[in-house]
Design a protein around this ligand. Structure first.
Ligand code: ADP
Ligand code: MG
Length: 258
């Protein structure tokens, strides 16, 4: 248990391998993500990023290797929320009902659900939209609701699969800031899958670059520019992103230390 009463929930991956019949997609991937930290996973389309997230979420089984989440000593896997690329909102439910759904599944009273939904709408800057349906929202607003729905239960672990990829650049930047401040307040352990280098560098305390087939972890970076929008104009930021681009194109190799 951490100091603020949250449950410890790191992620430990060892020798993880998975294929779908035509040779492995992931082959022998290993890494550790400490409790309450963020990891960006970046790689080209088809390299196995979603496969990795499904394995981390326990929604699919590896062919070989292990995924441990949560407090291993207490045999507590931690509560995991997963944000998919296409929002996953129910179109026939209002914003309020979409946000309240996970709380309803947890058996919270209607009064506590109402309070939590109102708090989350405030936190997301979407107060007043509670009676709208997803079709009556912009793409950015929908994605905000999807983020809120994932965080409303205060998960220990948050997995995000290219959550901003269908948004325009400005909305994307707003939402990156939203996710960062939600993380700062709630501190879930986060894995963000993206194919956008600036996004990976802004939101990942650690950055893992995947490439090739089967996908290997070709680079693991400790990221001093994490969460620092000001760093975007600085030399250290350019040096870092240059290394990530080089790893993506296969010209730099710096395997994971684990
Ligand atoms: P990414 O998220 O990095 O784009 P995926 O993990 O979705 O990559 O897919 C990695 C590879 O595995 C791709 O070649 C994809 O076609 C294949 N793949 C993913 N899921 C399945 C599946 N359920 N059945 C067969 N092949 C799959
Ligand atoms: Mg994917």
């Amino acid at each position: 248990m951490s100091n603020d009463g949250r449950r410890d929930a790191g992620i430990a991956v060892r020798d993880l391998s998975k294929g779908y019949g035509e040779g492995p997609v992931l082959d022998g991937l290993s890494f550790d993500l400490p409790d309450g930290e963020t990891l960006s996973v970046i790689g080209p389309s088809g390299c196995g990023k979603s496969t990795l997230l499904y394995l981390l979420a326990g929604l699919d089984k590896p062919d070989r290797g292990t995924v441990r989440t949560g407090d291993v000593g207490r045999r507590d896997k931690g509560r995991i929320s997963f944000i998919l690329q296409d929002y996953g909102l129910f179109p026939w439910k209002t914003v309020r009902e979409n946000l309240a759904l996970p709380l309803e599944l947890q058996g919270l009273s209607s009064e506590r659900r109402r309070e939590a939904v109102a708090g989350m709408l405030d936190e997301l800057g979407l107060a007043g939209l509670d009676e709208r349906y997803p079709a009556q929202l912009s793409g950015g607003q929908r994605q905000r609701i999807a983020i809120g729905r994932a965080l409303i239960t205060d998960p220990d672990i948050l997995l995000m699969d290219e959550p901003f990829s269908s948004l325009d650049a400005l909305t994307r930047e707003h939402l990156q800031t939203t996710v960062l401040s939600l993380w700062q307040r709630r501190r879930p352990t986060c894995v963000l899958v993206t194919h956008n280098v600036p996004e990976a560098v802004f939101l990942g305390k650690h950055v893992m670059v995947m490439n090739g087939r089967p996908a290997r972890n070709v680079m693991w970076l400790e990221n001093p520019c994490f969460g620092d929008a000001e760093a975007r104009g600085e030399d250290r930021y350019f040096a870092l992103t240059k290394r990530v681009y080089a790893a993506l194109s296969g010209t730099e190799d710096c395997p994971c230390p684990h």
